[in-house]
Design a protein around this ligand. Structure first.
Ligand code: GLU
Length: 468
């Protein structure tokens, strides 16, 4: 049997960390088993679903590299199919029309509550419709078995049992003709041949109702795998209060998708005490059995650590693609002139926590600097600094190879000859080149700046610092 999993978000907001983790686990399980992964947009709640949320979900999935073989399917495009299945269940006596008014249902509820009973529909409309005209508004209810139990073995939670008497004859079609969530999910999962339903455990209580529907439809019941929720650093359910929770916000904040994916896989899944997993390793090692039962806690420090790791160890060209996005985001055009973004990555990966920070630090190589850091000037521009800059300028003009290491060596030789120490020479140069006193090695900084821009900036700094 080929495994088929799906991710089925409701587009009522951005894709958050919890949803992304569900998507990742479903995707990984399909990849691991050589199966297929389906993306389904559950947009039947037309009031709360928006196109911008759909776009954000698709964009986030693509950014994370979670590609799907089938879909995206949209539930709103499948209404005819749902109607067809409702009609079938009605014809088979497995569902029935209910004409009860809001008032009647309200009254029934109150009575049941007063008697201390769990409110549930009393099946008033199951047998007798004689008092209703066919054009009166009605809902369609599923005829849930009224005795026995629903049992299933959840991969994460183990054996679960629900008493059928606890379950209502729930509505599958509303009076406005729209189908309900529990119904659409089952029809879709059956039609799409889903073998493994991996989702958040906020859906555990829907599962017995859904299993009864599978049975009524004569369809095989899939394997269920309900993931424990993700908690924030402080032990409460992860929410906006804990900072960024939307996947795209992590991109904005300068994280690499590889870091976020690696971070997410460890939220509720483990393989010994290994923390770093390449995509290939994740796919190879992932199993549903190793998913943890307990809720997992979000830990921003660990995500930061992973991000630093990936910035340093991934091929610079790959990181550069993401850096270019950040530069663009900050209004910096890195595609016409300036250093190759991969060189920026090589020189800055060790010096930054995020790509956002890297882009901020690197913008001086792509556009004009507007001034000099006051504190840096105070600290490093002393009597003699201008003279040193002049010496450096003369030396640099002679350099034929504009490359980090060669430039470093030339300047070191100069510092030795002038007996001034590299700091006295390097810091004023950094200020001249970047406007700040912190940058990579001076040779690399010169290479990043480029020959012409470097010479021009040193000349300009000589003028500016002489005037002081
Ligand atoms: N659309 C549901 C949600 O976003 C998921 C349904 C499911 O996975 O079965 O919570």
């Amino acid at each position: 049997m080929q495994v088929k999993t799906r991710f089925a978000p409701s587009p009522t907001g951005y894709l958050h960390v919890g949803g992304a983790r569900t998507a990742l686990f479903s995707w990984l399980y399909a990849r691991h088993t050589g199966g297929r992964f389906v993306l389904r947009i559950e947009d039947t709640d037309r009031e709360r679903s928006t196109q911008s949320a759909i776009d954000a979900i698709l964009e986030s999935m693509q950014w994370l590299g979670l590609n799907w073989e089938e879909g995206p399917f949209y539930q709103t495009k499948r209404f005819d199919r749902y109607r067809e299945v409702v009609e079938r269940l009605l014809a088979q006596g497995k569902a029935y029309k209910c004409y009860c008014s809001k008032e009647r249902l309200e009254e029934m509820r109150n009575e049941q509550m007063q008697k201390g009973e769990k409110p549930r529909y009393d099946r008033h409309c199951l047998h007798d419709h004689s008092e209703h005209a066919p054009d009166e508004p009605y809902v369609v209810r599923f005829l849930n078995p009224d005795s026995g139990k629903v049992e299933f073995d959840d991969v994460v939670k183990g054996h679960l049992e629900f008493d059928n008497r606890e379950l209502d004859d729930f509505i599958i079609l509303r009076s406005d003709g729209t189908p309900t969530y529990n119904f659409c999910v089952v029809v879709d999962d059956v039609d799409m041949g889903i073998t493994h339903v991996i989702r958040g455990d906020d859906h555990v209580n829907n599962t017995p109702r859904q299993i009864n529907l599978y049975k009524a439809l004569g369809a095989p019941v899939p394997v269920f795998c309900h993931l424990a929720m993700i908690l924030g650093d402080d032990g409460t359910k992860l929410s906006k209060r804990h900072g960024a929770v939307s996947v795209m916000q992590y991109r904005e904040d300068g994280y690499l998708p590889q870091a976020l994916v690696n971070y997410l896989v460890r939220l509720g899944w483990s393989h010994g005490d290994q923390e770093i997993f390449s995509q290939e390793e994740m796919i190879e090692l992932f199993s549903l059995e190793a998913i943890t039962k307990s809720a997992s806690g979000f830990n921003t420090k660990k995500l930061d650590w992973l991000n630093a790791h990936y910035m340093k160890t991934m091929p610079a060209e790959e990181v550069a693609a993401e850096l270019v996005w950040h530069l663009q985001r900050q209004g910096v055009n890195s595609l016409e002139g300036g250093p190759a973004p991969a060189l920026v990555v090589k020189c800055y990966a060790e010096r930054c926590h995020t790509l956002k920070e890297m882009a901020q630090k690197a913008r001086c190589y792509y556009e004009e600097i507007t001034g000099y850091d006051e504190a840096g000037v105070k600290k490093w521009i002393k009597e003699g600094s201008v003279q040193l800059l002049k010496e450096a300028l003369a030396l640099l003009k002679e350099q034929s190879v504009w490359e980090g290491q060669a430039l470093d060596e030339a300047l070191q030789a100069l510092a030795q000859r002038l007996e001034c120490g590299m700091g006295k020479l390097g810091q004023p140069l950094r200020l001249a080149l970047t406007g700040t006193a912190t940058s990579p090695g001076i040779g690399d900084t010169l290479q990043l700046c480029g020959r012409e821009r470097s010479l021009m900036r040193i000349e300009r700094a000589i003028a500016a610092f002489s005037a002081r």
